[in-house]
Structure formats: C-alpha cells, structure tokens
Design a protein around this ligand. Structure first.
Ligand SMILES: Nc1ncnc2c1ncn2[C@@H]1O[C@H](COP(=O)(O)OP(=O)(O)OP(=O)(O)O)[C@@H](O)[C@H]1O
Length: 243
C-alpha cells in the first residue's frame, strides 16, 4: 500500500521547445490540496500532464502505486482519476441529461457507483435543468455539470482546474459546500484555484507554483496569516480578495 495516493516526482512538461514544468515534486493523500500561483506558472499544464493530455512529459506521477505518465486519458480516468478542466468544456448543444448519459455509457460504470440518477440527487439544480441544453445553463450550473460528468467515472481523485472561475460569490459558496461534501465522503482532490478564499476554504494543504516548480507548501491558516507571502507568490492585495 503506497504512502500517498498521488506521488509526483521530478515531472517535466514541454510545449515544443518551451520547458513548462521544470521538475514538479508533490504528494497527495486523502486530504484535499489546493494549488495556487500566478497566471502562466504551469498549473493547468500540471493538471493536463497528470491526466494524459500532453504529448511531451517526463518524470513520474504514481497514483495508488500505478504510473500515470505515458498512459492515455481514458486509461487514467479508468484508473480512478477524474478531471474537471478549466472553462468546463461542455458541449453546448447537448442537454444536461444527454451529457450525463453519454459519459455514463462511455465510462461503462457499474450501477453501484455514480449514475446519472445519483448525480441528479446530488445536484437538484441539474435535475431541474435536465432537458436544457448545456449552453443555456448559468456558469454555476455548467460547473456542476462538469463535476457531475467527472464523477460518473467514479474517481478516487478529482483534479479540478479553477472550478470557481467566473462564478458569482453566492454560487462559489455553494460550490465549496458541494466539494467539501465530496471530500468528506472520501474523494481526494487536487484543486487549482485563483481565489485565495476558495482555496483555503477547500483545502488545509496549499502548494504554490512558480515557473513550473512547487516553491512552497504551507497550510491555509499560515497562508492567510502571511500577507507578504500572498503578495510575493500570488500578487494578492488583501482588499481585492473578497470572495
Ligand atoms: N498550448 C500551448 N502552447 C505553448 N505554450 C503554452 C500552451 N499552453 C500554455 N502554454 C504556456 O505554458 C505556460 C504555463 O501555462 P499554464 O496554462 O499551465 O499556466 P497556469 O498557471 O495554469 O495559468 P492560468 O492561471 O493563466 O491558467 C505559460 O507560459 C503558457 O503561455
């Protein structure tokens, strides 16, 4: 039994000649972890590298003892890693129900895990909107759909890239509640987040990325108490951070 659910060792990723991830080391257990950093530091690249979406990756990321690097996205999903991409990436012309049924069929998931019906129970708002086209949903509803879709593959680890992006504060509060609920049911999470308040509400463990490396691991409480670290690594001005 490995010590950590996810163990990332000396991970490098490239876009052509650009060396974006420059030796990422990070471990994750059952406790959620929030990954913070300024724009362009490589957070999305890390998520994509972990779920098999980048062609040129070197190093290791072991999930529950199995190597993820070099495997294809569907194999990584089947191994138990779910992904909620930045910008939600839903199909605007499919209805909510069509999305969920499509993924459910493709994932070949059994009836004892997540089903579209269970997703509708968990997200009543999506049940109300089941026959609406995804493109007509609000940002918050689209985010719930993106999370619901990821859950249908029955992940043990959910990787989320800026789930609160573009959502109104009251919707963000609801999202935080939903994610905390999933976490308390045992789902591990790696969450990329721009909003400090959301990151610290979701995760006690915080990692900060600067130009493709993890430069600091800290706790939510320590980060909230240290404005100079916030400014140095995140460019946060305390007055701006209201969410
Ligand atoms: N498809 C691509 N081709 C070439 N370079 C890319 C590509 N995607 C991202 N990059 C570059 O890789 C670097 C890291 O980008 P990435 O999106 O991972 O950062 P990020 O920390 O997630 O930032 P953001 O918060 O803006 O999403 C940036 O310099 C970006 O310009």
């Amino acid at each position: 039994m490995p010590d950590h659910l996810l163990e990332i060792r000396d991970l490098h990723a490239y876009y052509g000649q650009s060396h974006i991830l420059q030796g990422v080391n990070l471990t994750l257990g059952r406790e959620p972890l929030a990954l913070l950093g300024r724009n362009g530091m490589g957070k999305t690249t890390l998520c994509q590298a972990l779920v098999g979406l980048l062609p040129t990756v070197r190093g290791s990321a072991r999930f529950d003892g199995q190597e993820l690097i070099g495997r294809r996205p569907h194999e990584i999903a089947a191994a138990g890693v779910g992904y909620v991409p930045q910008g939600r990436r839903i199909f605007p012309s499919l209805t909510v129900e069509e999305h969920l049924r499509l993924v459910f069929r493709r994932a070949g998931a059994g009836r004892d895990g997540w089903t579209p019906e269970r997703i509708f129970e968990f997200f009543p708002r999506l049940a109300e909107r089941r026959r609406h086209r995804a493109g007509a949903l609000s940002g918050g509803e689209q985010q719930m759909l993106a999370i619901g879709r990821a859950l249908l593959t029955n992940p043990r680890l959910l990787i989320m890239d800026e789930p609160s992006e573009g959502l109104a504060p009251v919707i963000v509060d609801h999202l935080v509640e939903v994610l905390r609920g999933l976490s308390s049911q045992g789902l591990a999470m790696l969450v990329v987040e721009q909003r400090l308040a959301v990151a610290t509400a979701l995760a006690e463990r915080i990692a900060i990325m600067v130009t493709g490396r993890i430069v600091l691991e800290t706790t939510a409480a320590a980060l909230l108490a240290d404005v100079s670290i916030q400014q140095q690594y995140l460019g946060v001005s305390p007055r701006r951070e209201v969410a």
